[in-house]
Design a protein around this ligand. Structure first.
Ligand SMILES: C[S@@+](CC[C@H](N)C(=O)[O-])C[C@H]1O[C@@H](n2cnc3c(N)ncnc32)[C@H](O)[C@@H]1O
Length: 239
């Protein structure tokens, strides 16, 4: 099944927020009204609202989160929905972070430039949760393991991974849909890493993989994994 991770997969629709002229470019270029951002998102990428709600349900007692690789709208929805939650949102795309700080400003949101592969995770000590939302497919196994280890080293006890690339128990059944999506979306040629649940569990193995659940969205399935970085993999947990 490891062959699956070599199948390229692109995830956004052609009108997605990372398409030139999409909402992301508009936010980077200057102030955009939050209502206009929500309106654009509802029309072009409505699944954002569903995934934000799924993440909010799993966050539970989280108070201080760091979001590694930023959507902007999801982080803003999360703090609006969870009144005790603060989020430090970081991304390699500095103009987008500067734009989010203006157009998606909120008293419990901070925005900053950060490279998750090389940055100093010490600044996140004190966070109780890391969010890795629709990010994992960009990184090979060693890089993903390095991100987990850096978070654990900074004392962040938990990472929530939202992934469209984590395959369920019968991944072969999903190959057709993946190939079709790829053919339709060749405009974004970068490779994606698709993983089976055992492969993901192997990357998370030093820690306790508390849960993995799959949800069906209109255009694809998405997994929500909860990795407890503060606990060893031998700790009996949910499963
Ligand atoms: C598909 S988006 C996912 C963002 C968001 N978490 C979400 O749920 O939609 C991927 C993001 O990863 C960011 N990114 C890519 N490589 C990165 C890196 N090495 N460090 C930090 N951010 C990175 C991109 O700038 C982009 O914002």
């Amino acid at each position: 099944m490891d062959l699956l991770r070599h199948i390229p997969l692109t995830l956004r629709t052609p009108s997605g927020s990372d398409t030139p002229g999409g909402i992301r470019d508009q936010i980077s270029a200057g102030p955009v009204e939050a209502l206009d951002i929500y309106r654009w998102q509802a029309i072009h990428e409505p699944h954002t609202f569903i995934t934000a709600q799924l993440v909010s349900r799993i966050l539970g007692e989280a108070r201080r989160a760091v979001s590694l690789g930023v959507d902007g709208i999801k982080e803003r929805l999360l703090v609006e929905h969870l009144p005790d939650l603060s989020i430090t949102a970081v991304d390699i795309d500095r103009p987008y972070m500067d734009g989010c700080a203006v157009s998606l400003a909120h008293p419990r949101l901070e925005w900053g430039a950060f490279d998750v592969t090389t940055g100093d995770y010490g600044q996140f000590t004190g966070a109780d949760t890391a969010l890795l939302l629709q990010m994992d497919y960009q990184f090979d196994d060693a890089t993903l393991a390095g991100i987990f280890a850096s978070l654990a080293g900074a004392g962040v006890p938990r990472v929530v991974v939202l992934s469209p690339s984590l395959r369920g128990p019968m991944p072969l059944l999903e190959v057709g849909a993946m190939v079709k999506r790829h053919l339709r979306q060749r405009r974004r040629p970068e490779a994606s890493y698709i993983r089976t649940r055992p492969r993901f569990a192997a990357i998370a193995r030093p820690y306790a993989l508390y849960s993995v659940e799959w949800y069906s969205l209109p255009f694809h399935r998405i997994a929500l994994a909860d990795v407890r970085l503060g606990l060893a993999s031998t700790t009996p947990l949910k499963h």
